[in-house]
Design a protein around this ligand. Structure first.
Ligand SMILES: O=C(O)CCC(=O)C(=O)O
Ligand SMILES: [Fe+2]
Length: 510
């Protein structure tokens, strides 16, 4: 098929005419003074040349003018000139390639692809044309990313044109993975590894799909290759470590990667730091063991975390210094979500920078210990977590909440539920786990009641379990489990706790 005809007159004709008319204007005054008798024969001599140039049978001028336009960034003009040249030389492979490039530069990808494919059809041995066609296909095939309008078939066609392209296999693998075609994705990534055996990121991609296919041995091998190629790869070291069994050597490798990376704010660096810390502090055997009931039961209870002395210091200082700063806890719209509940507690969110409050050293110290505890809980939580799913992450500030006698929090869920009012843009996943650290339990009532079977089974049948608060106790449960705080029955009692939510990182920046 010939290229689309240019809508306007080819600029070549205008260009040459303008050029000639400029020359005429410049030369006429000069020649007038001398001999006007010479002008006519000169013009007569020039006429066939003007006619020839305007006719431009070979498309030579069109191409030259277009190339000039292209190098000045006037892509629309360049593609028009090349289209004009191609009308005269429709089988010129070089022109077809140039035309394609001009179209690409003007974001006219489909037409560019068409031009490159024509070039390939005319000369199947032209590697350059094949590569350009493959690039155009790939950029069209991978467009829109994941599930929207990416087209694996186009990437596969690109690979038939230009088969030794690890980058194309990587795009294809990512696209296939996003559509759930895991086995085909694994093939694509494996091919990318074959073609680029020195690229750590390629091994990481392969590891991701191997993990999602539960092939732990192969995942480990790929991650190991990635760490050999890129010893500071936090992604590889963290995942290897999480695959377990946890070891101090693994924690040290992770620590080294962390230092090498010097990135203290990224999500993965925070996670790595937590893991190293938890492993070194708790030893290698206990890691994750404390939270393992969470997987089966939906909740876990862990006692004796900070020690009685530290917990007591935290309780008394927090009551003295933080309670005056509390405000009434609210229910209702939060992050576009609606919770149906009533509550009577007073709450306070702890800023990451405690210096802006004038707190005693004892309280700052105790809160620091508590934060380390939650960081360890985070690390242990991740050791239970399927690595190919979005990680839970402590996105929100720590909350200090207190209930006085008679206080309660009616049945609710903490996780963000998409409501019709919240609309399509609202996050589909938000809080994943709720972890509550209790400071005291010397009162009647105030139990945390979990309804593990959800709303389908009402009353006694809904899997209810009552967990009484007690000093230095942590309870962690899935945030989508409905739960309530039963009324505190002892007059004069205060029930205080610190809560940390772990949320899906998927909702960040989306
Ligand atoms: O303090 C508790 O036991 C749970 C509190 C709670 O459900 C909440 O703050 O969302
Ligand atoms: Fe809650």
């Amino acid at each position: 098929m010939p290229p689309a005809p240019a809508p306007r007159a080819p600029p070549m004709v205008k260009g040459v005419a303008a050029h000639l008319s400029a020359r005429r204007h410049r030369s006429l005054p000069l020649s007038r003074g001398k001999s006007t008798g010479m002008l006519l024969p000169a013009l007569l001599l020039l006429a066939p040349l003007v006619a020839f140039l305007a006719y431009d049978p070979s498309g030579f001028w069109s191409a030259r003018v277009a190339q000039h336009a292209f190098s000045s960034g006037r892509y629309e003009e360049a593609s028009q000139g090349l289209a004009a040249a191609l009308e005269r030389r429709p089988t010129d492979v070089t022109l077809l390639k140039q035309y394609g490039i001009a179209l690409l530069a003007g974001e006219r990808r489909e037409e560019a692809l068409h031009s490159f494919e024509r070039a390939v059809a005319l000369d199947p041995t032209d590697r350059h044309a094949a590569r350009m066609a493959a690039n155009a296909l790939a950029s069209l095939g991978a467009r829109g990313g994941a599930a929207t309008n990416g087209d694996p078939a186009r990437l596969e066609r690109a690979l038939r044109l230009d088969p030794r392209r690890p980058d194309l296999y990587l795009s294809l693998g990512a696209l296939l993975l996003s559509t759930g075609a895991k086995h085909r994705a694994r093939e694509a990534f494996a091919r990318a590894v074959e073609l680029a055996p020195d690229e750590a990121t390629t091994y990481l991609s392969l590891a991701t799909v191997q993990l999602s296919l539960d092939d732990v041995a192969a995942t480990r091998q790929s991650l190991h290759s990635a760490t050999l190629l890129q010893p500071s790869s936090l992604a590889a070291h963290t995942t290897l470590f999480l695959l377990g069994p946890p070891s101090l050597a693994g924690a040290d490798a992770l620590h080294d990667a962390l230092i090498a990376q010097q990135s203290h704010d990224s999500y993965r660096a925070t996670l790595a730091a937590n893991l190293v810390h938890a492993t070194r502090r708790n030893g290698v055997t206990s890691a994750a063991g404390r939270l393992s009931p969470l997987r089966v039961e939906g909740y876990a209870v862990v006692d004796s975390l900070l020690g009685a002395e530290m917990c007591d210091a935290l309780r008394t200082h927090a009551q003295r210094e933080l309670r005056p700063l509390q405000t009434r806890g609210t229910v209702g719209r939060h992050e576009g979500m609606v919770q149906q509940a009533t509550r009577s507690d007073m709450v306070l969110r702890l800023p990451s920078d405690l210096l802006k409050w004038r707190l005693s050293d004892s309280l700052v110290d105790a809160i620091g210990r508590l934060r380390v505890l939650f960081a360890e809980i985070h690390a242990e939580l991740l050791q239970l977590w399927p690595l190919h799913l979005p990680f839970p992450y402590p996105k929100e500030e720590l909350m200090y909440a207190c209930y006085d006698a008679g206080g309660f929090y009616s049945r609710h869920v903490d996780s963000a539920r998409r409501t019709s009012a919240a609309g399509e843009g609202a996050p589909a996943v938000d809080r994943m786990f709720t972890a509550v650290y209790y400071l005291d339990g010397t009162f009647e009532g105030g139990e945390l009641r979990l309804h593990l079977q959800g709303a389908e089974a009402e009353g006694e049948q809904d899997g209810r379990i009552d967990l009484p608060p007690s000093m230095d106790r942590l309870v962690i449960f899935w945030s989508n489990v409905s739960h309530e705080v039963l009324p505190i029955l002892t007059p004069g009692a205060i029930r205080c706790a610190f809560t940390q939510w772990f949320s899906s990182v998927l909702t960040e920046g989306e």
